[in-house]
Design a protein around this ligand. Sequence first.
Ligand SMILES: [Zn+2]
Length: 230
Amino acid sequence: MLFLDNSYLKEFECKIVNINNNQIVLNQTIFYAKSGGQPGDTGTLSNKEYDINIIDTSYDVEKNIVHITENDINFDINEKVKGKINWKTRYKHMRMHSALHLLCSVIPFEVTGGQIGFDKSRLDFNIQDSKIDKEEIEHKINQIVKQDLEISYQWITNEELDKQSKLVRTMSVKPPRKTNRIRLVKIGNVDLQPCGGTHVKSTKEIGEIKIGKIENKGKMNRRVNLSING
Ligand SMILES: [Zn+2]
């Protein structure tokens, strides 16, 4: 999971560990696997003869990242290959993911769900009777973007996280716990939460955020949509 320490890697070298029908497991990867509302990366894996399209990336039951191909796979186990992700899509997902953390920081209610997309993203909040003011939220969030706050990581153990359960903002998304290391994503001093997603390095990279429709999706689901410029 090379993307956890450096989300800006676009190409990498790796070894094939396992092939199961149209699914490949590698010894290391920069492909983000679908989780936490963020879609899996697409891209290519290549040896000297072939380029294979990776059309999706997800986790198997053992929590390995599997790279899913469209057609038959001509690679061998232990073969060294080069990988490349579709950077345009991934970078948009990074900006969107960081934008959703900011949204979370300006709306002081529990998050009940969320989804990141290329054109728009959304978070659902457990807001029952209170109203949220769209213009006010949009102004607040863009003020943070303009401040160009640093987005950095801190690592803690499961035990440390359990002691600070306030840090978990989402009821539906639990941070991955494969190893006893959990990554916290820190945005200046406005937001700190466990998250395994890919983020930009500073809030300015997100660009101008536009708050879209605010929809009522049931008692615990006030849905806030957003898009970003560019
Ligand atoms: Zn996140």
